[in-house]
Design a protein around this ligand. Structure first.
Ligand code: ZN
Length: 273
């Protein structure tokens, strides 16, 4: 497959038998707030700075995608919508969104030759460096959305779980918020007494080099709804963007309380106070 150049993308394209509108700009242009191109912009703004009411006069910010890190990709039908890489996540506009066909013959690595349905015409925009990691969730779990955050709760949790024999796993049970998590991220929901397990992989210098480690962890932990990356963050997916968002929120809550419990010397599994 060959990449479609931006000039070509403006006049329409047809690849992989995927349905493409005559004007490919229509792939990212819609008044529907739930259109993936609009949703990605809104969700990135929320994940950047949504205000969570804490007390009468204090707020805390999510801070999941600050410093241009983190993001979300949505798969809708046979299209995958991606935010650009290295941009201010709270300022993304639908016209900045990349659109790729799904599926493809190989995991699409940033910069590799492949088909795009739509490339932003603004100079210098590159698709998210997380693209091959999002692809793992789409191909291995049939996910419809994947969220990547640099949440401090996730990072701190990985620091409290050193690897043993080259492997590390976060486990927790007896928490109400576990009931918001789905087996494998897209299956049935967990019960209060179930033990949630999430693998922790080691970070790499370049984000895309996490691809194989994430895939291997997903094979070893078929029931895990996410993969944690040490000193980096977490990848979370779901059968819809709503499920992915719900699980990202529930997991972040569990990461935060797990850190507090560990620092208080409490066990995370078993329900003993
Ligand atoms: Zn990252």
């Amino acid at each position: 497959m060959s990449a479609i150049q931006p000039e070509a993308a403006l006049v329409g394209a047809s690849t992989n038998g995927t349905q493409v509108p005559h004007d490919v700009e229509d792939l990212v242009r819609s008044d529907d707030p739930e259109h993936p191109a609009n949703l990605i912009c809104e969700l990135c703004r929320d994940f950047y700075s949504v205000k969570l009411f804490v007390e009468a006069d204090s707020f805390s910010e999510l801070g999941w995608v600050t410093g241009t890190g983190g993001g979300i990709s949505i798969r809708h039908g046979d299209h995958v919508y991606l935010a650009p890489s290295g941009v201010q996540k709270e300022r993304i506009h639908p016209s900045h969104i990349f659109v790729l066909p799904f599926a493809q013959t190989a995991v699409p690595k940033p910069g590799s030759k492949r088909d795009f349905l739509r490339i932003p015409t603004r100079n210098g925009l590159k698709e998210s460096a997380c693209t091959p990691l999002f692809w793992n969730a789409f191909t291995m779990r049939d996910a419809k959305a994947c969220i990547h955050t640099h949440s401090q709760h996730a990072v701190m949790l990985t620091l409290l779980h050193p690897a043993k024999d080259g492997q590390a796993t976060f486990r927790i049970s007896h928490q109400e918020m576990i009931k918001g998590i789905r087996l494998g991220g897209t299956g049935k929901t967990l019960a209060y007494h179930d033990t949630l397990e999430i693998p922790i992989i080691e970070n790499t210098a370049d984000e895309e080099d996490l691809t194989d480690g994430m895939a291997e962890a997903m094979r070893r932990y078929p029931d895990a709804p996410a993969v944690l990356v040490r000193r980096h963050g977490v990848y979370v997916w779901g059968g819809s963007w709503e499920q992915a968002k719900t699980q990202a929120e529930c997991l972040d809550y569990l990461f935060e309380i797990a850190v507090k419990m560990r620092l208080a010397g409490m066990e995370l599994v078993g329900g003993d106070a």
